[in-house]
Design a protein around this ligand. Structure first.
Ligand SMILES: *[C@@H]1O[C@H](CO)[C@@H](O)[C@H](O)[C@H]1NC(C)=O
Ligand SMILES: *[C@@H]1O[C@H](CO)[C@@H](O)[C@H](O)[C@H]1NC(C)=O
Length: 298
């Protein structure tokens, strides 16, 4: 710690105004987005729940547009909702890439409106995104001692790496959990975490999103962070932090045992849709976290 802050020549005219706003908030809005992960093009249902259930609400639906320069979103009305809708849901058809939404509920008597927090729907694919996020090393699980970088690529000079923690649903950006240099976020992974990461560009775009899990245990599963394509060969391995392999290594797909011998690797020569799901491995009584492997069509 440096010296305590010293205030000199403080004017005795200094006055501080504290405003306490005693507004009555008759309602709160909760926006839910379903599904939360897109598989190919999908219809996304937005539902705006109002705690005050009385009639007379009109709902307005917005797209969120990232603005990394000030860390806020701007909002654009979705088609057909310029005069609001009576129903509290809205369906977006053919959504193919990561996007954010917001809803507003408005009433006339008494005049009042309220905005929801922004909610995202994530796409894991890269095919249709102009911007993309890559993970290095390219895997879903990492030890706290690993050095993990997340890089944004695409048509922009300005990027922000965003994080939504699975545990507390807390939305933050790279500066809270790492260091951003240019378009790369180097995670400071000294503690365990599980989160979704994606990039937001200065030109208002969202990238694909990835699940990253940082583990402080002794065993991790090495599985692809990005979706694999049908027909690809895929190898999943079990990795130990400190020990060497001494006994059987167990691999599980959706909790079903798929391999138990001395191999530290589970190989799929041509991956198919049925290989999608959660994988984990186990060695000497210690188990890795599970990770979702996503398989996309050719
Ligand atoms: C990310 O994790 C969630 C929950 O574990 C899962 O439902 C989702 O499919 C995963 N997405 C990808 C692309 O792995
Ligand atoms: C990472 O986080 C730890 C714990 O907060 C801190 O002590 C360390 O200085 C950080 N490292 C970097 C490179 O920011």
């Amino acid at each position: 710690w440096s010296d305590p802050i010293k205030l000199t020549n403080v004017s005795d005219q200094l006055s501080i105004h504290v405003f306490i706003l005693k507004n009555h908030f008759p309602t709160e809005l909760l926006l839910t987005v379903s599904p939360s992960w897109l598989s190919a093009a999908a219809s996304v249902t937005l539902t705006c729940s109002v705690t005050d259930q009385s009639a007379g609400w009109r709902f307005y639906w917005y797209n969120t547009v990232p603005d990394p320069s000030n860390n806020y979103y701007s909002y654009e009305l979705l088609p057909g909702s310029s005069s609001g809708t009576e129903q509290d849901f809205y369906i977006v058809h053919g959504q193919t890439h990561t996007a954010g939404y917001m809803c507003r509920a408005e009433r006339e008597d008494p005049v009042f409106y309220s905005d929801s927090r922004p909610k995202l729907v994530w796409s894991a694919g890269q095919s249709v995104s102009i911007s993309s996020l890559t993970v290095s090393p390219d895997r879903a699980q990492h030890f706290t001692s690993d050095s993990v970088s997340l890089s944004c690529e695409g048509n922009s000079a300005e990027w922000r790496v965003k994080k939504l923690s699975t545990e507390d649903r807390y939305l933050s950006d790279c500066s809270f959990s790492g260091t951003m240099t240019g378009s790369t976020c180097k995670l400071n992974s000294s503690w365990a975490s599980e989160a979704v990461y994606w990039c937001e560009s200065g030109s208002g775009e969202f990238s694909n999103a990835v699940n990253i899990s940082v583990q402080d245990g002794d065993v991790i599963l090495l599985s692809p962070a990005r979706p694999v394509t049908e027909g690809d060969s895929v190898s999943l391995s079990c990795k130990l932090k400190s020990q060497t392999f001494t006994s059987t290594v167990f691999f599980y797909h959706n909790e079903k045992l798929i391999q138990n011998d001395s191999r530290q690797e589970f190989k799929i020569s041509a991956v198919s849709k049925s290989d999608e799901g959660f994988y984990k491995c186990q060695h000497s009584g210690q188990e890795s976290a599970k990770s979702w492997m996503s398989v996309q069509g050719e």
